[in-house]
Every structure is written in structure tokens, then in C-alpha cells.
Ligand binder design. Structure first.
Ligand code: FES
Length: 165
């Protein structure tokens, strides 16, 4: 064996200490990293629907319904009360809208004495048509978000509120 291939005592100790040190560091860091990103590793709970109201109670007039959603935000779990304006359209389909104004997030009301048959936001006089379309010339620049929804066994279930495409 040539002299160039020999590992010196210094190199041997250096490699050994580096290997052992790296192994120990990995052993300490792995649980910490895992704890830090744990929520990311959990499967997402998507498409959760909540029973809100019996379909038979829906009319062509928007009604406000409150419902509770269990939310998981990383390590924090909570029950949050949400609201929706819901009505049946002429074709029988259901329109379920978020009451959150698309201007700065106040809550809209229906059929305000000042603006009949419209959604009205009192914060900055924002106005929306019955279907949630923002009325030009008022502060909101987008229509009210729509809830994902489904009917099952005569009950309306609502999911996430999403901006319209
Ligand atoms: S927050 Fe609704 S109009 Fe400004």
C-alpha cells in the first residue's frame, strides 16, 4: 500500500468526531424540526361542510343564518361562529353568500331602510345587488364571496366561502 493512501491519526480522529457529532446533532434536531412543522405533516381537512338549515325554510328573500365551524389553525383549535346570507334563486338553485363586505370587511345587512332589496354595508355605504354583485360607484370592488354548499337529506350544508372566479 502506498504511503499516500494511509489515514493519519489526526484525519481518523477528525472523521470520527465529525461523524459522531453529526449523528448526535441529527438526533437532537430531528424531534425539534418535526415538532416545528408538525401541522404541515398532518393531512389537510378539506371540504368540511356544516349543516346550516333545512332547505324547506329557504325562500326567495335572503335570510341570515349563523352556524359554528370547528377550525384548526396549526396548533390552535377553536369553534368560530360564521354567518351566511342564503336565498333560493328563480331557477331553484341556492345562493349562499358571505356577509363580509369586500371593501374593508364590515358586515352587510339586507333590505336596509335606506336601500330596499340590496345588501348594504354601513361602514362606508357599500352596496350590493341581491345576488351579491357590488354596485358600481360604491366602495366595494368585488362581489360578496360565495359559500361552497350542498343539499343532503333536505338540509343545506355550507363549506368554505370563496371569492367568485
Ligand atoms: S367596509 Fe363595507 S363599504 Fe367599507
Amino acid at each position: 500500500m502506498s504511503k499516500g493512501n494511509k489515514v493519519t491519526r489526526r484525519q481518523f480522529l477528525s472523521y470520527t468526531l465529525t461523524g459522531v457529532g453529526g449523528f448526535m446533532a441529527a438526533g437532537m434536531l430531528t424531534p425539534m424540526v418535526r415538532f416545528a412543522i408538525d401541522p404541515v405533516l398532518k393531512p389537510a381537512t378539506k371540504g368540511e361542510f356544516v349543516a346550516v338549515v333545512e332547505e324547506s325554510k329557504l325562500t326567495s328573500e335572503p335570510q341570515r343564518f349563523d352556524f359554528t365551524v370547528h377550525q384548526v389553525d396549526a396548533w390552535y383549535e377553536s369553534d368560530v361562529t360564521m354567518s351566511a346570507w342564503v336565498y333560493k334563486k328563480d331557477d331553484g338553485s341556492i345562493q349562499a353568500m358571505s356577509p363580509v363586505c369586500k371593501h374593508l370587511g364590515c358586515t352587510v345587512t339586507w333590505n336596509d331602510p335606506k336601500f330596499a332589496n340590496e345588501f348594504y354595508c354601513p361602514c362606508h355605504d357599500g352596496r350590493y345587488e341581491k345576488d351579491g354583485t357590488n354596485i358600481p360607484g360604491t366602495p366595494p370592488l368585488a362581489p360578496l364571496d360565495l359559500y361552497d354548499h350542498k343539499l343532503e337529506g333536505g338540509t343545506l350544508y355550507l363549506g368554505k366561502a370563496r371569492p367568485r372566479a
